[in-house]
Design a protein. Structure first.
Ligand code: FE
Length: 176
């Protein structure tokens, strides 16, 4: 039976506290607004990310990835799935013939190795990515040359926020 049929007061809020062990929610107003440049962590030349949720308890991270003109997100392999939603601009992978346009949803299955490039006619792209597990940076033949995971992301955020004067602890608000 649909729940609504048994609920005489559908607009009455839940009357009890959340579970004592539940983690606090994260709310980031205007996450896409570019008012405060300090929110964007530099990751490579013309590549920045804005942390939204750094989930160390489950090993994934949600972030806005920003790549400006002629930026390249280095070739990497995903052992776990990635979900992406393009909020602005356009990009493609050197390994595929499709383009991710503004408004596109992209699922990257485990096993993908790819190189993200923003074409020259796009000044800037921003994509919301949920990345699970790790990104394994590699050469064109799959030999590993580096990696990122939620812990390297947290370290980068702490260093960045310390650097821009917000303090390393500023990263804590994104960590669960
Ligand atoms: Fe990727």
């Amino acid at each position: 039976m649909p729940v609504a049929e048994t609920d005489a007061n559908p607009r009455t809020p839940y009357q009890y506290p959340m579970p004592a062990d539940a983690l606090p929610e994260i709310v980031i107003p205007d996450a896409l607004a570019e008012g405060d440049e300090r929110m964007w962590v530099k990751q490579a030349e013309n590549v920045y990310f804005r942390p939204l949720c750094l989930n160390r308890s489950q090993g994934y991270w949600m972030n806005l990835l920003k790549v400006t003109k002629s930026g390249v997100l280095s070739r990497h392999r995903h052992p776990n799935p990635v979900h992406g939603f393009v909020l602005k601009g356009r990009w493609h992978y050197l390994e595929h013939d499709w383009f991710a346009e503004e408004g596109s949803y992209v699922f990257e299955p485990p096993g993908e190795t790819h190189t993200l490039v923003v074409p020259d006619d796009v000044d800037e792209m921003i994509t919301f990515f949920q990345v699970n597990g790790a990104m394994v940076y590699c050469d064109p033949y799959g030999k590993q040359i580096g990696y990122e995971d939620v812990f390297t992301k947290i370290d980068m955020c702490r260093a960045h926020f310390e650097n821009v004067g917000l303090g390393a602890d500023y990263a804590d608000r994104f960590i669960r």
